[in-house]
Design a protein around this ligand. Sequence first.
Ligand SMILES: [Zn+2]
Length: 409
Amino acid sequence: MRQSQLFPKTRKEAPRDAESINHKLLVRGGFMDQLMSGSWTLLPLGLRVVAKINQIIREEINAVGGQELLMPLLHPKEIWSETGRWDKADEIMYKLADARKKEYVLSFTHEEIVMDLLRKNIKSYQDLPVSVYHFSTKFRNEPRAKSGILRGREFMMKDLYSAHTDEKDMMEYYEKVKGAYIKIFKRLGFDFKVVEASGGVFTDKHTHEFQVINANGEDVVYACDKCDFAVNKEIFEGIEGEKCPDCKEGKIEKLEKTVEVGNIFPLGTWYSERMHVYYTDEKGLKKPVWFASYGIGPTRVMGTLVEVSHDDRGIIWNPAIAPFDVHLVELPGGRGKEIYDTFTEKGINVLWDDRDVSAGEKFSDSDLIGIPVRLVVSERNGDKIEWKERASEKSELISTDEVIRKIKK
Ligand SMILES: [Zn+2]
């Protein structure tokens, strides 16, 4: 992609109302734009990052047998009344009525919709287990929609739902998905904790959250300094400094704040009993389906990555989710077009700064946008290319072949 054609241009100043790092840097770098509080456009650069995040999630969820589909966002009131969540989730749901006074929900989750799909399609134990997911928009009535893209009224979500014959099968799959989530958050480059928490409007059971330590978060976690024990403040009954109840060796530390980037819920039969989702077992007996759901917010993941990976000049993307593989900066006399064509042919994604602006402006934009590798071609560098990684201050002059070899590695 030619940077001269990239929409929109970068900005020198952050919006005046921007408080968080992700809000400032993602808007300045041209990744996203705020329509109103909690409502964002993903611009071309931002959409590239989110598409890469989604692909990592997709690969790991497919690997545990998830099947991708796409469900609607506009739901009839009746389906939400079946579980009582039309009233129970009143505070966070957007509700609306059409000209004929028929009432609807703008979805903040899809348990009821998956249940409806299951009762239409599941008959016997032979039809189970089932595991389906989608990537789609979610709406949530947030009174405090701030912190940039970390907390939106409208945001992207990957939600997975699984249905089983019994609790044992559900819990085995729940542990499998927990493992898939650990792989996903490692690939995304996070330092995170798997935290026990309450289920909120989803379930009375304990659930698991995936929490990244960051000052802009809204959660507080108590965790052991030796083992994996970690519990959300809302359900933790001990105190800081006490001995870990799990390994009996480590001490409990208070981690504040943390950002929740994913959560998983073993929901049980609560939904299937209310929505009459039954199957027939081997003996011909009618039984309720066991059900679990699992979420990750890709747009929140993008915001959180910026919060934990930046410096005073801009964003530092992890190569796995960077909008481009390399940022080719062409200075006067450089072979920009030739290098761009060669790399593109090799399947390397290049942002080519072909603009007629100063070297200083090109370098500061490159630091702001944060592509992991910057390549400079200029008259002075001759047939060599200057290689500099965003996360490092060192640079080196190397041949085109060597650059390709390093990128492919
Ligand atoms: Zn411990």
